[in-house]
Design a protein around this ligand. Sequence first.
Ligand code: FAD
Ligand code: NAI
Length: 466
Amino acid sequence: MEYDVIVIGSGPGGYVAAIRSAQLGLKTAIIEKYNALGGTCLNVGCIPSKALLDSTEHYYNAVNHFEEHGITVGKVKADIKKMIERKSEVVKKMNNGVNFLMKKNKITVVNGFGSFIDKNTVKVAKEDGSEQQLTSKNIIIATGSKPVILPFMNYDRTRIITSTEALNLQEVPKHLIVIGAGVIGAELGSVYARLGAKVTFVEFADSMIATMDKTMGKELQKSVKKLGAEFHFNTKVTKIENLGKEVLVTAEDKDGKPVEIKGDYCLVSIGRRPYTDNLNLEAVGVSTERGKVLVDEHTLQTNVPGIYAIGDVIRGAMLAHKAEEEGVFVAETIVGQKPHINYNLIPGVVYTWPEVASVGKTEEELKTAGVSYKTGSFPFKALGRATASGDVDGLVKILADKATDEVLGVHIIGARAADMIAEAVTAMEFRASAEDIARISHAHPTYMEAVKEAALAATENRSIHS
Ligand code: FAD
Ligand code: NAI
């Protein structure tokens, strides 16, 4: 069967690439090895994790914060099985949504494992043992990523688990040991800490969410600590063993001293690797480097003309919205348009409570690059809106060029930071100065006023309310 575009993988990169291709009049097929569309993000990533984060946040607030709002409830109980069921229903609804979008855009969906036969032909091996071949001048690799697991971690899917299993636990761990205090560790560690699990983080770096602005990691740690979590930073895991009803984590601290921690579950969240297993890239000569498919910066085309790659399988942040932008980008490139992605302005969000959201450069990056910058910060506790709701933890930090006042980075930890970051992204897309943001009227009382106040602070230290 001959198509204008074949997409391999139906995650946010792949299905968005397929929709944009179809919108542009291209005859499009999408291949997905699982029966459900939507990839990691929809099935075992963004959506199910947020469903559990939301459920457990309601529970945590009912137990810990309703009283101070004058709400008395009886004994509050968390039903983990029901939370997981609800999460699965949410995922199912979203799966149906993607199915609907494929039909609406007349995209052919082929379920099965795709692999290259030659540069224009993909073979699909189906569940029932049959095979189908599809041909096209343009093929988009959108096969995503899988969790990194090292051999000595003895991953067994039952007690030594990754995020995929952590989204399906049927009991609340008594003691969850989380290896890696990055984004997954912070989010899923919070889920189980809110439900009453003791959570211990073992992290190689010296802070949580170590690649984000250092202030964010420091503040987040304070909040996660309030959930009872413990931390071993600068600590390298050397072995994880399933002892039956317990797991034993063996590690070394920065002085080489041994550390042993026992728990009942161990979540390994030390990053993800691009997934191209059995895709037969060798047959067509597509170049890779340390597992990542190499692409041309201007076209996202691989070294083989007509074969493109997007999302987690290539360089850059492993984020759903980055994959989506690249999906649109490639479809438009195929029809001869000249799209653009500003990689500096892809925001990053951690859905803990409070949330963390960032865009642009961190303070550490500006220091390393030798850029002269100024900082403006504003604490949530000085906001009327935050005081009214009781969500007073956190701050907004704006970094602006010392000479030109252009905003170079915005870092927020606080209630609704995930939504607030959009203002910073928009302002920075238009190359706003801190003073530009400071002069825009922000509704009162809102959390967004913290962005205006931080911008005022960066503009000659003119914050009004702090
Ligand atoms: P994927 O979503 O991984 O999709 C790839 C698809 O290709 C899969 O469905 C796979 O089955 C299929 N496939 C692979 N090989 C083949 C083959 N040979 N034949 C057929 N099909 C194949 N990002 C955010 O932006 N926000 C979040 O809140 C967020 N939360 C996350 C939470 C967790 C727990 C995890 C694990 C990830 C999270 N992410 C989040 C990251 C996000 O899920 C990924 O960045 C995103 O899914 C990448 O999209 P993609 O299209 O590149 O690949
Ligand atoms: P991560 O890269 O965010 O964090 C991994 C952490 O593990 C790092 O801090 C690292 O120092 C540490 N580490 C690595 N090896 C270690 C070892 N041997 N011992 C102890 N610590 C070790 O990766 P994570 O959390 O697994 O997430 C993977 C990707 O998924 C992220 O890059 C992110 O892009 C995406 N994601 C995004 C989310 C969001 O946008 N809200 C939510 C969840 C995942």
